[in-house]
Write a new protein. Structure first.
Length: 407
């Protein structure tokens, strides 16, 4: 079940911010490197394909070198006859042919492919001997160069866009990845704060009572004289157990989502009243249960029992001798309603929300633990998809109403 947790401290926020930035940068860097490798592979494949196509064009044109006036586009043919004269395509660019290559092949050298500097991309030349003459076919790489430039520009633009998307995606993923850590750190600090606040007083009281009991025993006090201290010690241990149970419940609320089962709140309330019956008799109060039939909800029985226990305990703590505490259950419009009502001291209407704050305590001189139990009650009820409301007036009692969807 989900519930609101405490805000992380400045130290936690700084730690989480560093973790998120590191995760985001590492993720973005990994994506960017992947895009760079992919772009390099694409450029390599395109360049290899261009070179293969250029060489194929040169060889095919050289095989038909007799027609020097009608070569393919951006291709020029040069033929050096046996007497050293050169015939060339009419519109050949300046700087062509590669005379050094012609002379080497004419002198008996092997066929060769050379690169010639020139306009952007330069030229690629194939020089070979054919039937006593030397043929040189020259191909302009200008269009291939422009194609590579356009591809490179598209890859750079894609890399920039991909980097921005990677940064945004990585930041989102980092935030989601550290969300459980945020909750864990906040819950850890909240648990430590709760434990230190709630355990300090009962532990001090237990230690003091144990010291007094030891002093009485060493002084040889009779059993009847120390029975009151023993009873107080037992009561203190019970209260300490309740504190620990509340703290454990507080730390486990978010890990119980997958354990919901049908729970009859009438049976749960009957068990709580049975546990509190002796206390009610000692305090000379009337503790009753009213129900018009089963009241079944989907939830966690232990957590719901702690809610009813906290409300009944609160009612008994703030009701004087001769008072009445009633637990009323009913089902209406697919909603189970539980009302814990008393005619005790009540509270000021302005303090309604304060009652559910952690560590708040009762007025009217009552020093019992008050806030954590009711704060947990609201968290548990909210986690079950329900609501809890408090009503009270000074001297006119109080009522806590829970509404939870029926199973």
């Amino acid at each position: 079940m989900k519930r609101g947790g405490p805000a992380p401290s400045d130290q936690d926020r700084a730690l989480l911010t560093r973790a998120r930035r590191l995760i985001a940068l590492q993720t973005a860097a990994a994506i960017s490197v992947s895009l760079l490798v992919l772009g390099a592979l694409v450029l390599l494949v395109v360049t290899h394909s261009q070179n293969t196509a250029a060489e194929a064009t040169l060889r095919q044109t050289a095989a038909n070198a007799d027609d020097i006036e009608d070569p393919p586009r951006d291709v020029w043919i040069f033929v050096q006859d046996a007497d050293g004269g050169i015939r060339a395509t009419s519109d050949a660019p300046a700087g062509l042919p590669d005379r050094a290559a012609l002379d080497r092949v004419h002198a008996g050298g092997a066929s060769e492919t050379t690169r010639i500097d020139g306009r952007e991309g330069g030229y690629l030349a194939l020089t070979e001997r054919q039937d006593g003459r030397v043929v040189q076919v020259v191909l302009s790489r200008h269009e291939q160069h422009e194609e590579r430039e356009r591809l490179l520009g598209a890859l750079i633009a894609g890399e920039v866009v991909g980097l921005l998307i990677a940064l945004l995606s990585a930041a989102l993923l980092a935030h989601r990845a550290t969300a459980p850590l945020t909750d864990a750190l906040a819950r850890q600090r909240q648990f430590v704060a709760d434990a230190s606040h709630e355990l300090r007083t009962p532990l001090t009281q237990l230690h003091t009572r144990a010291q007094l009991l030891r002093m009485d025993l060493r002084a040889g006090a009779a059993v009847a004289d120390i029975s009151i201290d023993v009873d107080r010690l037992v009561t203190g241990t019970r209260q300490l157990g309740e504190v620990v149970e509340d703290l454990l419940l507080s730390s486990q609320l978010d890990r119980r989502d997958d354990a919901r089962v049908p729970v009859d709140l009438v049976a749960v309330a009957a068990g709580v009243i049975a546990d509190q019956a002796d206390r009610a008799r000692r305090q000379e109060m009337e503790l009753t249960l009213t129900a018009d039939g089963p009241a079944v909800v989907l939830g966690h029985q232990a957590a719901l029992r702690r809610v009813l226990t906290a409300l009944v305990d609160n009612a008994l703590s703030h009701t004087s001798a001769g008072g009445h505490v009633r637990v009323e259950l009913g089902t209406e419009h697919a909603t189970v309603t539980v009302v814990v009502r008393d005619d005790g001291a009540g509270f000021d209407e302005a303090d309604t929300e304060r009652l559910f704050a952690r560590f708040s305590r009762g007025d009217h001189g009552d020093q019992r633990r008050f806030g954590l139990g009711l704060a947990l009650a609201r968290e548990v009820v909210t986690g079950h998809g329900g609501t809890i409301e408090a009503w009270g007036r000074p001297g006119r009692g109080a009522a806590f109403t829970i509404r939870i969807p029926a199973a």
